[in-house]
Ligand binder design. Structure first.
Ligand code: NAD
Length: 406
């Protein structure tokens, strides 16, 4: 599938410098806007998820991200593609209840009043109910504060926000039910806001790769497979490695989130909380030798993405990205995002356990180095090739080569 066939000419126009975002629109999006900035908008190829092919839009400044994602996806595509699922679309709203005189009685009363509170929440945002979503469940938790004997209650409101991230919807609902919560609990509602740890909105992806597809010039497929499994275990066991491993996973995911106008801060925050869910920071992916000696990879992440809401309908380049991706629902976008994370991780680990990350990375980065040294864009490839040939990629080398041309 080619991008030129997937997009109308007017959609491509939105990718002109500035991403189609005029200063006038920008000024309505944030306070004190003085202009717009630009980042490269590219397409990761070779993605097959649940039997469907995708061209994946990415907005990113790091030179190797799109190439690595496409490379990982190419290997998985030859193995039949990714299997992915989105589990649940429940966002969580929190109402913190302080100064509650009887925690047990308040807890009981709130749970008994669940139906009434859910109705109140849905009355505040009737559109979500009409769309088949809305407030669905209530739970009550106790939060104890270390170093004191104080314990507060926190009410959780679970809301199906359909194709929206739903932050504003959930915030509006928690504020709407707070007066009733205070009355029922006999305490005071302090914070009323969504939780960004969206562990009831998880997406998973998996892949199974015959070792033959992993072979490099120097290593057999079985050897690459075993080394990837060992590298995965290292990331599971060691926080210093896990953070880098997970940064690599998020390289591609963040780029898709940026391209599709999603709140990448929210998903970054949720991802790292999820990496700590067992009480210790660990890897977001798992690699193992599976059936028939295949390399089995898995990823699970909170993925509260939206295909509507926020700035999605406002930014022209975002509309182009969603047009390119052709996802029907937010759940489908979530599945593509986790597949991207797994592809990115596979490509990085395969490079790391074989020739190392630097050769491929620097070969791509060399063009940015050439530009930073002052080369005209049409000279960047030539200068990058010359630096690679002489085995030194850096500003000094680029400037030297450039000086020799004048
Ligand atoms: P939003 O306020 O634009 O609400 C979504 C809108 O889309 C609703 O009006 C809904 O009626 C409409 N809609 C149309 N079709 C829909 C469909 N199929 N499914 C669901 N809704 C549909 O956006 P939001 O998603 O409530 O909030 C997202 C924004 O909130 C982001 O910009 C985010 O950055 C911001 N935000 C985040 C936080 C946080 O993460 N802590 C806090 C506040 C705001």
């Amino acid at each position: 599938m080619h991008a030129s066939g997937a997009l109308q000419v007017e959609e491509l126009d939105a990718l002109d410098p500035g991403g189609g975002l005029t200063p006038e629109i920008a000024d309505k999006m944030v306070e004190n806007a003085i202009g717009v900035t630009a980042l490269p908008f590219g397409i990761a190829t070779n993605f097959t998820v649940n039997g469907k092919d995708y061209l994946v839009p990415m907005v990113v400044e790091e030179s190797s991200v799109i190439a690595a994602a496409s490379n990982g996806a190419r290997i998985v595509r030859a193995a039949g593609g990714f299997l992915a699922q989105a589990q649940g679309r429940l966002m969580i709203g929190q109402v913190q209840i302080v100064e509650c005189p009887d925690l047990a009685a308040a807890e009981r009363a709130l749970l008994q009043a669940s139906e009434r509170l859910l109705e109140e929440a849905n009355d505040a945002q009737p559109g979500m109910l009409a769309r088949g979503g809305g407030a669905r469940e209530i739970s009550v938790r106790r939060v104890a504060y270390s170093g004191t004997d104080r314990t507060d209650l926190v009410l959780h409101l679970y809301v199906d926000t359909r194709d929206a991230m739903g932050a504003n919807t959930v915030n509006a609902m928690t504020e709407a039910i707070a007066p009733s919560v205070e009355r029922i609990a006999g305490g005071r509602a302090l914070l009323r806001i969504l939780s960004n740890y969206t562990d009831r909105c998880l997406a998973r992806a998996a892949c199974d790769i015959p070792p033959g597809l992993l072979a490099t010039n120097a290593l057999s497929g079985a050897s690459v497979r075993d080394r990837i499994v060992a590298a995965g275990r290292f990331a599971e066991a060691d926080v210093y490695r896990a953070v880098t491993h997970n940064k690599g996973v998020m390289n591609g995911i963040d780029a898709v989130l940026l391209a599709t106008g999603n709140d990448w801060r929210a998903i970054e925050a949720a991802a790292h909380a999820h990496a700590c869910r067992a009480g210790r920071y660990t890897a977001l992916t798992r690699w193992a030798v599976g059936a028939h000696g295949h390399l089995h990879g898995e990823i699970e992440l909170p993925m509260p993405v939206g295909t509507v809401g926020g700035s999605i309908g406002v930014n022209p380049a975002v509309r182009t990205a969603l047009g390119l991706l052709r996802v029907e629902t937010a759940g489908e976008l979530a599945q593509v995002c986790v597949a991207v994370g797994l592809a990115q991780n596979l490509a990085a680990l395969r490079a790391l356990v074989s020739e190392g990350i630097q050769r491929g990375h620097m070969a791509l980065h060399a063009r940015s180095v050439a530009l930073a040294a002052g080369a005209a864009p049409e000279l960047a490839d030539t200068l990058a090739a010359e630096m690679a040939a002489q085995g030194e990629i850096g500003l000094r080398a680029a400037r030297h080569l450039l000086a020799r041309r004048v």
